[in-house]
Design a protein around this ligand. Structure first.
Ligand code: HEM
Ligand SMILES: *[C@@H]1O[C@H](CO)[C@@H](O)[C@H](O)[C@H]1NC(C)=O
Length: 502
């Protein structure tokens, strides 16, 4: 009897649950679209500024449709938590245009692989091996490239230095060295050209991504350009991989010992096996995986770090009292008789606050792009499968309900106890993302960022050119993969240290 009752209860609960799921949830609020093209008229607004404006009208979860693609903009800490934590397994895929799929060898990398066993393997290799603190060579690349960067600036004392340009040169040198080692130096110019073309194609608007049957519009020319770009990368990296294989063989003959100066290609070759016969663990990767992973590092680690360094220096030029405070801290902790080094970083509390505040106001990747794996309900709204989810880290970092004086550069806010941290558990502050898809290069990126800004502030005093006043600095950004300054920062260094610099 009681068993039958229990069963009845069970059936009723299940059917209530099922009917609840089956009920029609509405899409999140959003601007009305036209038939076929949907909100394509808003294409120009699909950046962090435009989406923040839409959020003011429609709220933290806003729905758009462009052509046949569903899109959702996430603009508050609460909604970000729903998406990145509460239902993260549904939201952990990546959207990719046709160009991106093609250029990443059909998502053979980590950044554009969908969430699943393959992605997990790639991520494991990167986190435990390639980006790991244990792999000394990447960190050495950072230190040594910063050294020659500071040396270069010291030759320009008293004249205009374009910080944006030189810093981008620095981070390109760092990632190139970390990836390919020093044996591949000559090819750098050629490689940068290939990357530039990739970057353009990544960002190119292609109608077919949104309305497949209109694919003929961009058509053949676009496809030829894609094939040419990938062909160029193939030629370049194949040669580097071959060189590294020869190097490995010779090394084995010479001493059979592990060489400490392993670059990323060396590290990845440990897992290499064209036919699934790699020797390390049970994971094997192919040439395509190696090429695609190298591109991840180049795109993930170059512009991001450069943009953050330039923004930090721009904010310090704008806010003199903060620059002075950072320099006083450096004078106290390091002293003016030697250069700053990595062991000082832990003690440079205010410098770290400046870095954090810079990443809040200018997250290098302002929009985190995710894709839903299945239909899902968020906060009572329906988000369909394969929707493109844009998490607006920029707008969230400036949210008035989470931050006091959100638009003001105020590093001291991070001195307060309970100040948010960027490790991913404070959803009002997610410059590196949060959860499964968060940035695996955070440690390395922060290291380069902190060390460079420390050196720049410690070695030199800085003035703006042509008697420019600090409030005349243009603080606009432009939108691409990252959000660098619209006008590159130009400043004049003068000597600050008592010791000879080099
Ligand atoms: C200041 C520097 C950096 C910032 C602010 C930054 C930020 C981010 C953000 C916001 C994401 C996406 C998170 C998401 O989608 O939820 C990301 C992903 C990623 N970053 Fe970084 N990053 C930085 C430096 C680096 C460096 C130095 C590397 C490599 C050496 C790197 C490699 C990657 C990769 C491979 C991914 C994709 C991870 C995945 O999809 O599983 N990043 N980063
Ligand atoms: C980057 O490396 C190249 C080639 O070694 C060098 O000429 C250049 O000065 C470096 N750039 C910076 C900013 O250190």
């Amino acid at each position: 009897m009681s068993l039958a009752l229990l069963f009845l209860l069970f059936v009723i609960t299940i059917s209530i649950l099922l009917s609840k799921l089956g009920r029609k949830y509405p899409f999140p609020p959003g601007p009305k679209g036209l038939p076929v093209i949907g909100n394509m008229g808003l294409m120009g607004q699909l950046n962090h500024h435009g989406l923040a404006e839409l959020a003011k009208i429609y709220g933290g979860l806003c729905y758009l449709k462009v052509g046949q693609i569903h899109m959702v903009a996430v603009s508050t800490a609460y909604m970000a938590q729903q998406v990145l934590q509460a239902q993260d397994s549904v939201f952990s895929n990546r959207p990719a245009t046709m160009a991106i799929s093609y250029l990443t060898y059909d998502r053979a990398d980590m950044a554009f692989a969908h969430y699943g066993p393959f992605w997990r393997q790639m991520r494991k290799i990167c986190v435990t091996k390639v980006f790991s603190r244990k792999r000394a060579e990447s960190w050495a690349s950072v230190r040594e490239e910063i050294y020659s960067f500071i040396k270069e600036i010291s030759t320009k004392v008293g004249s205009n230095v374009n910080i944006g340009e030189t810093v981008l040169g620095l981070t390109k040198n760092i990632t190139y060295r970390a990836a390919f080692g020093s044996i591949s130096q000559e090819g750098q110019g050629e490689f940068l050209k290939i990357m530039q073309e990739f970057s353009k194609l990544f960002g190119a608007f292609n109608v077919a991504d949104f309305i497949p049957w209109l694919g003929w519009i961009n058509g053949q020319d676009f496809n030829r350009r894609l094939a040419k770009a990938r062909g160029a990368l193939d030629g370049f990296i194949d040669k580097i991989i071959d060189d590294h294989m020869v190097k490995r063989k010779n090394r084995g003959i010479e001493n059979g010992e592990e060489d400490v100066e392993d670059d990323m290609v060396d590290e990845l070759l440990e897992f290499y096996g064209e036919d699934g016969s790699g020797k390390s663990d049970s994971i094997t990767i192919t040439r395509d995986n190696i090429k695609a992973l190298i591109m991840d590092v180049m795109f993930g680690g170059t512009e991001t770090v450069a943009s953050a360094i330039e923004w930090a220096m721009a904010e310090l030029m704008k806010s003199r009292e903060d620059l002075i405070r950072v320099q006083e801290e450096l004078a106290n902790v390091v002293g003016l008789d030697r250069q700053v080094n990595e062991f000082d970083l832990e003690k440079l509390t205010y410098l770290k606050c400046v870095i954090k505040e810079t990443l809040r106001l200018h997250p290098p990747i302002p929009l985190l792009l995710h894709e839903t794996a299945t239909d899902v309900v968020v906060d009572g709204y329906k988000v369909p499968a394969k929707a493109r989810v844009m998490i607006n880290a920029w707008a969230i970092g400036r949210d008035e309900s989470a931050w006091t004086e959100p638009h003001k550069f105020k590093p001291s806010r991070f001195l307060e106890t309970n100040a948010p941290d960027f490790k991913g558990s404070n959803f009002e502050y997610i410059p590196f993302g949060s959860g499964r898809r968060s940035c695996p290069g955070m440690q390395l990126g922060l290291y380069a960022l902190e060390l460079t800004v420390a050196h720049l502030c410690h070695c030199f005093n800085w003035e703006l050119p042509d008697g420019m006043k600090s409030d005349e600095l243009n603080m606009n950004d432009v939108f691409g993969l990252t959000a660098p300054r619209a006008v590159q920062l130009v400043v004049i260094p003068s000597v600050r240290l008592n010791c000879p610099m080099f």
